[in-house]
Design a binder for this molecule. Structure first.
Ligand code: FES
Ligand code: FES
Length: 172
């Protein structure tokens, strides 16, 4: 079947079987191999992509379910040679070892920080509970998310100051 969706900001159109997984279409047909397959059963989060802004396991999603949607993969975060601040934070905090889980963690973090720019540690851990890492022990990932949150918050433009109310003309 013919499927059209927006992928990392660009319209794509592709032929795929009705039972094709989005994960396979991304990796094999569209050659975006940053999205990984771990368990293939919705348990590890390695295959996380954003579908209309929400993290989903692309191993469980059929490609036709993405028709008409906005899909973001890890390849969509960096701007040219510039890593996204979340990617930089993961590197700086040593939250990347084998890296297999990292795209999924970063996209889940991206989604979290868009919805909640100042998450508590508990909120971070809840948001990332669908993502498994065999290497890091999670404390470095937590530190990376905290660092990314702080940096993104510092980049936000200051909220506009309220305009002083016009003075009420005195009653004559
Ligand atoms: Fe999709 Fe593990 S590969 S959740
Ligand atoms: Fe290896 Fe997470 S860095 S699985």
């Amino acid at each position: 079947m013919n499927i059209r969706f927006r992928l990392n900001g660009r319209e794509v159109e592709i032929e795929a079987g009705a039972d094709a997984r989005l994960l396979d279409v991304l990796r094999e047909d569209l050659h975006l191999t940053g999205t990984k397959e771990g368990c293939g059963e919705g348990e590890c989060g390695a295959c996380t992509v954003l579908l209309d802004g929400q993290p989903v396991n692309s191993c469980l999603l059929l490609a036709p379910q993405a028709d008409g949607c906005d899909v973001v993969t890890i390849e969509g975060l960096a701007e040219g040679a510039h890593l996204h601040p979340i990617q930089e934070a993961f590197v700086e905090e040593g939250a990347v070892q084998c890296g297999f889980c990292t795209p999924g963690f970063i996209l889940a973090t991206y989604s979290l920080l868009r919805a909640n720019p100042e998450p508590t540690d508990e909120e971070i851990l809840t948001a990332l509970e669908g993502n498994l890492c065999r290497c890091t022990g999670y404390s470095r990932i937590l530190a990376a998310v905290r660092l990314a949150a702080a940096r993104l918050l510092a980049q936000r433009p200051a909220a506009p100051q309220p305009v002083a109310a016009a003075e009420t003309p005195e009653a004559e």
